[in-house]
Write a protein that binds this ligand. Structure first.
Ligand code: FAD
Length: 517
């Protein structure tokens, strides 16, 4: 047998070898990766862990069809082998492609990458999991289809299905991705195929048009979960408006967070600003452009003079707010007046493209708000050194200034205690703030990695004490975050797990969900 990296708990070497032989028969040699060497691409963690081996897969399978997925799950049920489904597998800062418990086989769906349908009239898409945003973007462009995408900040390499299943966000009016999802095909652990919403009605043409179907709405239980393998997903796409006008608002003091967030609330709720707004701290913006060593030689918190010096150079403030208006020139002119009348009294300096000149950060965010492809934000991983360690701490708040300020202070206190920086921002949704704090550290520095882990752990506790919890977390902390949502929540998830996946073969540990004892 090939040297495997790590076997799943309770599975003997002999049983594993037999299962691998069956997978090879089913998928062919090239689609069964079960040697230490071939598993390496699935082990590239950015997050800090106590022990990377706890997240080591045993191998990977790369099926090419729904039928193969069904047959894989049948084999897994027979051998009690756990599989961790990924679509494009670049869940960076949340665990990359690695599983939440050791020895799982990665079910890598990247070869299932067909754009099945784009309905130009209804502005919908039906996609397989391996489709990347870049692929979809190119398809729309090549076929002259006047629809735009909503991408996370590293769009080209990641994909809409995986991102939506982890309830990710982007920065156009379609930024809350799960809200724009419509219809799924799911292979259940027993091999049955469920089409959600209208998808199970023979001859129905409304699968991508009407989300709710009839009876209980179940799409949500297949997101951030381990109840099924999603093999198709419907999405709504936004028609390209005639004009997109991007804006940046600079606030020069850290304490401006209260009035700046309060100004945004009515604008978002009333949809005067229709896109998911990025509200970025200057340190995060700086990390896109520079390394920490270029900003300060002080290992402690970045001093205000050091910060202001670099902010000036980059043309940013302590807080930088990015939004856009979409529509005809006439619509935008009307809305711009209203938006300005609310933002200006809050003390923000409004910058349009005309004033921005070659401001790198303005143009970076403009691309995101236009659904364009950019990878610039990957630069943040150079911040503390070549090791590129990072993990997103992502607690939710209301769009209320005082709440945002409390979260900023809590985060800064904990990060400073562990000698790490507050490199963060908020994504402002309709009623919520996603506070996106990237805990950046150097993964080559064992001591710093340890500190980053302890810091993340403490952030969860300190925020929970104030009633805050995360919308999403990384594989090392899934159990811990799940506990913050209470025992009944956990019990319900376990009962669903038991009913849909009695052998626990699908992604054990995802979102803290395991079979009940
Ligand atoms: C610099 C930087 C910026 C980022 N910015 C953003 C951002 O703006 N917004 C954002 O949301 N994220 C962001 N991320 C985080 C992450 O990289 C993206 O969310 C990315 O889209 C997730 O990876 P993916 O699309 O390859 O999904 P995958 O890794 O394929 O999927 C994510 C998870 O969903 C589950 N899953 C995937 N496919 C299936 C399936 N078919 N069936 C069942 N379960 C499945 C698995 O648990 C998997 O781990 C950023 C990361 C970095 C490094």
């Amino acid at each position: 047998m090939d040297t495997t990296v790590m076997l799943p708990a309770g599975v003997s070497t002999e049983q594993f070898s037999k299962a691998i032989a069956e997978f090879r028969l089913l998928l062919g040699e090239d689609n069964v990766l079960a040697t230490a060497e071939r598993v390496v691409p699935y082990t590239k963690l950015l997050i800090p862990t106590e022990d990377d081996a706890s997240f080591m897969p045993s191998g990977a399978l790369t099926p090419g069809s729904v039928e193969e997925v069904q047959k894989i799950l049948a084999i897994c049920n027979r051998y009690k082998l756990p599989v961790w489904p990924i679509s494009t597998g670049r869940n960076w800062g949340y665990g990359s492609a690695s599983p939440a418990t050791p020895g799982q086989l990665i079910l890598d769906l990247r070869k299932m990458n067909k754009i099945i349908e784009i309905d130009v009239d209804s502005c919908t898409a039906l996609l397989e999991p391996g489709v990347t945003y870049q692929q979809l973007y190119d398809h729309l462009k090549e076929n002259n289809i006047p629809l735009m995408l909503d991408v996370p900040t590293i769009g080209p390499m990641v994909g809409p299905v995986g991102n939506t299943l982890d309830r990710g966000v982007g920065y156009t009016p379609y930024g809350e991705h799960f809200m724009m999802q419509c219809g799924m095909e799911v292979v259940l652990a027993n091999g049955e195929i469920l089409r959600t919403g209208m998808g199970s009605v023979p001859k129905a043409k409304t699968w991508q048009a009407f989300k709710w179907g009839y009876g209980p709405y179940v799409d949500g239980i297949f997101t951030q979960s381990n109840f099924g393998v999603v093999t198709k997903m419907g999405l709504w796409l936004m028609p390209k408006p005639p004009v997109i006008k991007p804006f940046m608002v600079r606030y020069q003091n850290e304490s401006d967070v209260v009035k700046a967030i309060d100004a945004m609330r009515p604008l978002r709720i009333n949809q005067l600003i229709p896109n998911v707004v990025l509200f970025m701290h200057g340190h995060y913006e700086t990390a896109i452009c520079k390394t920490r060593a270029e900003v300060t030689s002080d290992p402690g918190p970045i001093s205000e003079p050091d910060a202001r010096k670099v902010f000036k150079e980059l043309g940013i403030g302590y807080w930088n707010v990015y939004f856009a208006l979409y529509g005809t020139a006439e619509q935008i002119a009307v809305n711009e007046k209203i938006v300005r009348s609310i933002i200006e009294p809050s003390g923000g300096e409004i910058v349009t493209e005309a004033e921005a000149g070659d401001n790198i950060l303005f143009h970076h965010h403009k691309q995101l708000m236009c659904g364009e492809m950019t990878m610039e934000e990957m630069n943040i991983y150079r911040w503390r050194g070549a090791g590129g360690g990072a993990c997103w701490f992502a607690p939710v708040a209301q769009v209320k200034g005082q709440e945002a300020e409390l979260q900023v202070k809590l985060a800064q206190r904990v990060l400073a205690k562990h000698n790490l920086d507050y490199t963060a921002g908020f994504a402002i949704g309709w009623r919520d703030l996603h506070h996106i704090i990237d805990v950046l550290y150097d993964r080559n520095n064992a001591e710093e990695k340890k500190r980053a882990y302890a810091c993340f752990d403490e952030l969860i506790e300190v925020f929970a004490a104030e009633g805050f919890a995360s919308y999403r977390t990384n594989i090392a902390f899934m159990d811990k975050v799940a506990k913050k949502f209470g025992s009944t929540n956990m019990h319900v998830n376990q009962q669903i797990k038991k009913a849909l996946d009695p052998n626990g073969i699908l992604a054990p540990g995802k979102s803290g969900i395991h079979l009940p004892d």
